[in-house]
Design a protein around this ligand. Structure first.
Ligand SMILES: Nc1ncnc2c1ncn2[C@@H]1O[C@H](COP(=O)(O)OP(=O)(O)OP(=O)(O)O)[C@@H](O)[C@H]1O
Ligand SMILES: [Mg+2]
Length: 153
């Protein structure tokens, strides 16, 4: 587990951009954290790092938004789902195992159908108003490589 303290929105943007620039087709991020912790805000920054030009909005009501960047970005928010069954109709596997990057807000709700090789990111509020603490964990080579590269500077 790797923990990073983000002291404000600027640092969140910097971190997200850097992470986004390291992601490649097939990567999946499970984003967890309380309501309003900053999952969508972080996703916007990851999108910048992926070269997404469109404005990223929360998919809470649409379940999934798709964006074109250096690679496709599939942004899910499964907060309103009862469970993984609700995703079957959508053909979620085409997204999770795709030629794009997938980010799933509230990924813990559908953990049983997430690929095992993924990057888990939990974001929580810190002591200060705009401070956030990001914890990264995961399994597999991709996760380890990304953590190594994130630590470079
Ligand atoms: N360092 C920071 N990183 C991220 N968000 C921050 C930070 N500081 C303040 N914020 C604010 O916290 C709020 C986070 O809201 P956001 O919609 O990103 O949360 P969320 O986790 O996606 O919520 P939800 O569970 O409703 O989807 C925003 O208003 C954002 O501006
Ligand atoms: Mg959100």
């Amino acid at each position: 587990m790797v923990k990073i303290v983000l002291k404000g929105l600027e640092e969140t943007e910097e971190f997200g951009k850097k992470l986004g620039s390291l992601l490649q087709a097939g990567d999946l991020i499970s984003l967890t954290g309380d309501l309003g912790a900053g999952k969508t805000t972080l996703t916007k920054s990851i999108g910048l790092g992926l070269g997404v030009a469109d404005y990223i909005t929360s998919p809470t009501f649409t379940l999934i938004n798709e964006y074109r960047g250096r690679v496709m970005l599939y942004h899910f928010d499964v907060y309103r789902l009862e469970g993984a069954d609700d995703l079957l109709d959508l053909g979620y596997e085409d997204y999770f195992y795709s030629n794009g990057v997938t980010i799933v807000e509230w990924g813990d709700k559908i953990e049983n159908i997430l690929p095992e090789e993924r990057i888990n990111i939990n974001i929580e509020k810190g002591k200060e108003l705009d401070e956030r603490i990001v914890s990264l964990s995961g399994k597999g080579e991709r996760f380890e490589k990304i953590v190594r590269e994130l630590n470079l500077n």
